[in-house]
Design a protein around this ligand. Structure first.
Ligand code: SF4
Length: 364
């Protein structure tokens, strides 16, 4: 398949691995921020292909996983209201809140529905004008512009019964928080899709702190090439942002998407599961679009604690302090069919990824 098979080519992978082994001169701890990268790494056995001095650490880049219990609780409280339908992506239904999940609330009678896009939520509102439709919006700068476009669609189409409960997160504050955390990280494999919107300026705090950043695509060759770029930066004493994913991401990002996002949303402090309250770590609906803001309209606030279920170490997994195998519940009490913590729910959750994939390598 053109544009895909070449990014999974075993011989190319072996050549890049040989170059990494030949050029690697020091121990490196490299964090892949994005859950999409974690899937590729584990699915293709990339850690086993690298020299032992290079360690890959999974980060908090799974939007479902970092949604806090307080945000889940707020969504549940709205779903339980009379004449309200709470709609979101399917992954969100099983994420644990303080007492239950959205799926649990649904079994208790709350009106919780799955949509495939925020536009579907607007269409649901237009089809049912007497129903208050609340879209529970999660994700980083990749999805915030899509929610923003849906709000504009609602305004243009007169969907006065459409609202957004925003649990959207901003990535720059969490990158700064990771630097200050206990995990020593030497370099970052940065998220390609987020960068396609934000541009590379958001990595300035990391490169200023001496951490090379490489914006990577999501195929195994992308990630191996990104690791090689990082090794080479260290060998030259550099710390700059490189774009390996140049077929999608530009240094300036997507200006139009940012304009829409910054029109509909405003920065605010937000709780990230595992990382706590981060200054400007999230987005709320802006004053201009207040009539679509579920928090303002229904008088609730999507905040709260990020404490984990007893025994679950998702907080440490999300910060790269621990790996799924360190959790005594992994593959025992906790599985994708019966998730105890958020990291086992989403396809991009680190625990879920480690549970589903493993053992093989692209070079076999
Ligand atoms: S295996 Fe389950 S309980 Fe353990 S950290 Fe992961 S999600 Fe939490």
């Amino acid at each position: 398949m053109k544009y895909l098979s070449e990014f999974r080519d075993k011989d190319v992978a072996k050549n890049i691995c040989s170059a990494i082994k030949a050029e690697s001169k020091r121990p490196l701890r490299i964090m892949e921020f994005c859950g999409g990268h974690t899937i590729t790494l584990v699915k293709y056995g990339i850690p086993d292909l690298l020299p032992p001095e290079i360690e890959l650490i999974s980060g908090p880049g799974c939007p479902v996983c970092v949604t806090s219990k307080g945000e889940i609780d707020a969504a549940i409280s709205l779903a339980q209201k009379e004449n309200v339908a709470l709609v979101s992506f399917g992954d969100m239904l099983r994420v644990p809140g303080t007492r239950t999940s959205l799926l649990g609330a649904k079994t208790e009678g709350a009106d919780v529905r799955v949509v495939y896009s925020p536009d579907d939520a607007v269409k649901l509102a237009l089809e049912h004008p007497s129903l208050k439709v609340v879209f529970f919006a999660v994700g980083f700068e990749t999805t915030s512009p899509v929610t923003s476009a849906a709000v504009k669609f609602a305004e243009l189409s007169g969907a006065e019964n459409f609202y957004v409960l925003s649990a959207h997160k901003r990535t720059p504050p969490v990158l700064a928080a990771l630097l200050a955390d206990e995990v020593r990280i030497d370099a970052f494999v940065c998220p390609g899709h987020v960068t396609a919107v934000t541009g590379t300026d958001v990595y300035g705090s990391l490169t200023s702190a001496g951490k090379p950043c490489v914006v990577s695509g999501f195929e195994p060759i992308d990630i191996l090439a990104s690791v090689l770029c990082i090794v080479r930066q260290f060998n030259k004493g550099e710390a700059r942002t490189e774009i390996e994913y140049s077929r999608v991401a530009l240094a300036e990002g997507n200006v139009r998407a940012r304009e829409i996002m910054n029109d509909v949303f405003a920065e605010r402090d937000a709780v990230w599961r595992g990382l706590g309250l981060l200054k400007d770590g999230g987005f709320k609906v802006s004053e201009k679009y207040k009539k679509f803001d579920a928090e303002a309209v229904f008088g609730i606030r999507a905040v709260g604690d990020d404490k984990e279920t007893p025994g679950c170490i998702c907080d440490k997994i999300l910060r790269g302090v621990k790996k799924p195998g360190d959790c005594p519940l992994f593959a025992r009490a906790c599985s994708p069919e019966n998730p105890v913590g958020a990291c086992m729910v989403s396809d991009e959750g680190t625990c879920s990824v480690y549970y589903r994939y493993g053992g093989k390598t692209i070079a076999e």
